[in-house]
Design a protein around this ligand. Structure first.
Ligand code: UFG
Length: 328
């Protein structure tokens, strides 16, 4: 199979590519390198381009005779999406449509889509199953939900089969320490705490300690990026063998508060982390914990990094070996 990975040079994309290498598939990465890193995807075919360039997409589909797409290219910051919704509707919905239209025109039938727990908003019950009501509290989640609706209609009308993977909080780094998380500016919790551990930042601000949770800080379900990556391969195989669309949650099924994550980084790194409580971040739900029973049962997905400690150990290996990320 010839697989196009959009956003393949990004944090999650590069880990997906890493897992695809060594399978029977040929991998073509399509990435505009706005957030991605060329050094994260050594040894695979690379097309530098933006999804708003339909002509280049069409050309790429033809040139590499693409059979399936793994679509990760998107903007993905909850806070930014509330301040700049235009960017999110344009890049996540309009540019994504170019990709789907190019698939239709080039007879590409399968797509694995990078969706998010943010489609649920404030969940009605915990753990969250796939049939929970979808009511995003932020623009980012809304754009991913809109794209899921589009996928459903493109399946009905054009027969494109999709797997929508609703990620909870991707974290950690490849076990080799060779690839990992490197955003500029960094906004995610674990890499920011790592920067404090490395002395690159004075302290971590806790965004709100007045939530209705055990210690007042937000609770999230952290899933290792390689476990997440492997789920893409299972999803793709299921699409090819069963020709049926589906939606799956991906998390570890356990929630950790912001304070618990900070404490775990202190334990793993042996460094003391200065913290200060600041105001809530708009759009943040209090608790997000996944039920991933469906993908475990139906696709046989098995997370290897099933504890926060293991996840943070791999993150620390990457950050301590590459304190400047890919700019090293
Ligand atoms: N947080 C802080 N201080 C910081 C950064 C984050 O307290 O400096 C808190 C946030 O408020 C949140 C938690 O730490 O409660 C995790 O925040 P992240 O920014 O690391 O991750 P999010 O939960 O906001 O979002 C991530 C992905 C989204 C995805 C979501 C699903 O970035 O794409 O997980 O759970 F939708």
């Amino acid at each position: 199979m010839n697989i196009l990975v959009t956003g393949g040079a990004g944090y999650i994309g590069s880990h997906v590519v890493r897992e695809l290498i060594g399978t029977k598939n040929n991998v073509v990465v399509f990435d505009n390198l706005q957030k991605g890193h060329r050094d994260a995807i050594k040894g695979v075919t690379f097309v530098e381009g933006d999804l708003n360039n339909k002509e280049l997409l069409d050309k790429t589909m033809k040139k590499y005779d693409i059979d399936s797409v793994i679509h990760l290219a998107a903007d993905s910051l909850v806070g930014e999406s509330m301040e700049n919704p235009s960017k999110y509707y344009t890049n996540n919905v309009c540019s994504g449509l170019n990709l789907l239209n190019s698939m239709v025109e080039n007879n590409v039938k399968y797509i694995v889509f990078s969706s998010t727990a943010a489609v649920y908003g404030e969940p009605k019950s915990i753990p969250i199953t796939e049939d929970n009501e979808t009511k995003p509290t932020n623009v980012y989640g809304e754009t991913k939900l809109m794209f899921e609706s589009i996928l459903k209609r493109y399946d009905e009308a054009y027969g494109i089969k999709y797997m929508s993977l609703r990620y909870f909080n991707a974290a950690g780094a490849h076990i080799s320490g060779e690839i990992g998380e490197d955003h500029n500016p960094e906004t995610h919790l674990i890499p920011i705490i790592m920067q404090v551990a490395l002395g690159q930042r004075e302290k971590i601000f806790i965004f709100g300690d007045d939530y209705d949770t055990k210690d007042g800080t937000c609770i999230r379900d952290y899933i290792h990026v390689t476990d997440l990556a492997n789920a893409h391969i299972l999803a793709l195989e299921a699409l090819e063998s069963e020709n049926k669309s589906n939606i799956y949650n991906l998390g570890n099924g356990e929630g950790f508060s912001v304070r618990e994550v900070i404490d775990m980084v202190e334990k793993v790194t042996g460094k003391s982390i200065t913290r200060e409580v600041s105001g809530r971040r708009p759009g943040d739900p209090a608790v997000l914990i996944a039920s991933s029973e469906k993908i475990i049962k139906e696709l046989g997905w098995k997370p290897r990094f099933d504890s926060l400690e293991k996840i943070i150990e791999t993150a620390w290996k990457w950050h301590s070996n590459n304190p400047k990320g890919y700019d090293e």
